[in-house]
Each structure stands twice: as C-alpha cells, then as structure tokens.
Design a binder for this molecule. Structure first.
Ligand code: NAP
Length: 285
C-alpha cells in the first residue's frame, strides 16, 4: 500500500457517522505558513485533512493553496476554529460564515470552539460557551458545519455544556504528546462518544531529543518524529503535526507502513510529565 493510500484508509468515526482522517496537517501561526508546502502535502503526500483556525490568520492563504492543489472540496477534511473574540450567538454565526468565505468553501467538515474562556464582558464563561454552542448546533443543522466540537475544554467545561445544551460535541482537540497524556480526558471522551483529537504531537520539537524516543526510532529505522506520530495514531488519536518544510511533511506522513510493539508503546506512555508546550486551560472557569 502506498503512503497516500495508507493515509486515506486510516480514519476515526465520529458519533454522527462521519469519518475524520486520523492524520492531518497543522497550520498554526507558530512557525509561519508555506504555500508551497501545503500544495506539496496535498498533491504529493496524500494529505486530505487540514487543521486551521481563524486565529492562525491563514484562511485566505489556504484558499489559494487548496485551489492550486486542484483537489475537489469533497476529497478534503477541513477543520476550522472559532476564536473567543467572536463568541456569542450572533457573532459566532457571522464569524463562521466569514471564515467559509475567506477559505472559499461552503462548509467546514469540523468547526471547533477554540478555547473555553470567553472575552465577553458582563456574562460568565459558562453562559457565553452555551450561547456560542447553540450557534454551532444551528450551523450543524444548516449543514454549514458537518461536525462541531470544542478545543482545550476540560471535563468540567464539557459537563456544563452537556447540562446547558442539546448536542454533545463530536470532537475535543487538546494538547497530546508523550509528555502530555490527559488520560482522564481520553476516558471521559470515550464514555461520551467524543472523538479525542491531539495537537502538538511533537511537543513543538521538545520530544524529538528524548533518549527513549531516539532508542525506539533507531530500533525501527524511523525518525523520532515518525515514532511520536505513529504512537499517537496507534493510540487511536486524531493527530495533526505541523511543518512548513516539504521533506518533513513527507516524513511525518510515512507512519502507516509499520507498527510499534506493545512494549515500545508502553515505554512512550511512561514519558508523561504533565508539561504543556501550548496553553493550559486548567484554570479557566
Ligand atoms: N487547538 C489548539 O489550541 C491548538 C494549539 C496548538 C496547535 N494546534 C494545532 O496543532 C498543530 C500542530 O501543533 P504545533 O505546530 O504547535 O506543534 P507540533 O506539530 O508538535 O510541532 C511543530 C514543530 O515541529 C517541527 N517539526 C515538524 N516536523 C518535524 C520533523 N519531522 N522533524 C523535526 N522537526 C519537525 C516544526 O518545524 P518546521 O515547520 O520548521 O518543520 C515545528 O517547529 C498546529 O499547527 C495547529 O493546527 C491547535
């Protein structure tokens, strides 16, 4: 099976029956944007899933890159995220449609509330989250978003959402790599039928110099990045490494032709030290 074929076969099923490709390409503003690398990922590496956000300021650039790839919209899984500045019922709906226009698409495959905190004065975070989520529920019913979810939500945020609203999120996207393994959240998501998606799978490069990762990489004749990405997808986690370099994107996609043995999965599982390389939403009420 070619890399591209392997990538297309590997998906995770959401509670509404849709299948999200287990491996995607990140596009955060951290580290910049490369048009050529995105086009290369889509045309040469079989990437069909792109993760972005209003906050990354690359929606128009992605519009151009996707167009240049020549791929039909229906072949792609596009995730976008709503920034707290646009939380609230009306603002959320407007921002989603604006993001669609910037990206030149009629719908998103997945639309997430980016962060549990709100920037709206005069209302509690909980009230604003619920009001915003009701807008996402409507966008879902209208077909503007084929799936809806949240990002950086802790268990108490999800519990409140369940009490206040109707739909359970399809996905929660949180930080996940060998140093940061939120086991309780993974169990909670599993119980509630929420797909757990991990971001920063390489801990922004920090995990790549770890001796255990190196040892395992040597054993399999793979790179440290491939070992970390393989570990994440082998745990069933939707995984979205980012690179703006063509050779690294190709390398990060070559994670389907091998399997890590149980002992090696366990050794990587023991690297958890609780560190965050991104935001820590623990104190958000
Ligand atoms: N929901 C959220 O709040 C949230 C937060 C953070 C991130 N995310 C999403 O998750 C994606 C990934 O996270 P991230 O970019 O922060 O971290 P990451 O994927 O863990 O690491 C990216 C860094 O690793 C380097 N890199 C990539 N592949 C490599 C390889 N094979 N060998 C050596 N270095 C490599 C990249 O540099 P080069 O580009 O120079 O290769 C970049 O500096 C983001 O793009 C974004 O879509 C979501």
């Amino acid at each position: 099976m070619s890399v591209a074929q392997g990538m297309r076969c590997a998906t995770v099923r959401l509670s509404n029956g849709l299948s999200i490709p287990i491996l995607g390409l990140g596009t955060s503003s951290y580290g910049g944007y490369s048009h050529d690398a995105i086009v290369y990922a889509l045309t040469e590496c079989g990437v069909r899933h792109i993760d972005t956000a209003q906050q990354y300021d690359c929606e128009e650039k992605l519009n151009k890159s996707i167009r240049e790839s020549g791929l039909p919209r229906s072949d792609l899984w596009l995730t976008n995220k709503l920034w707290p500045m646009d939380y609230g019922y009306q603002a959320a709906k407007k921002a989603c449609l604006h993001s669609c226009a910037l990206m030149g698409v009629e719908y998103f495959d997945l639309y997430l509330m980016h962060w549990p905190g709100s920037m709206k004065l005069g209302s509690s975070n909980r009230e604003v989250r619920a009001e915003t989520w009701r807008a996402l529920e409507e966008l879902y019913k209208e077909g503007v978003c084929r799936a809806i979810g949240v990002s950086n939500f802790k268990i108490h945020h999800l519990e409140q959402l369940e009490e206040d609203c109707n739909m359970v999120p399809h996905v929660n996207q949180v930080e996940y790599h060998p140093f940061q393994q939120p086991t309780h959240m993974i169990e909670y998501c599993h119980e509630k039928g929420i797909v757990f998606e991990g971001y920063c799978p390489l801990a922004r490069g920090q995990v790549l110099s770890n001796p255990t990762v190196h040892q395992i990489a040597e054993k399999y004749g793979r790179t440290p990045a491939q070992i970390c990405i393989r570990w994440s997808i082998q745990n069933g986690v939707v995984t979205i490494p980012k690179s703006v370099k063509k050779n690294r994107i190709k390398e990060n996609c070559q994670v389907f032709g091998f399997q890590l043995e149980e002992a090696d999965m366990a050794a990587l599982g023991r690297l958890h030290d609780g560190r965050h390389v991104g935001w820590d939403p623990r104190d958000v009420e």
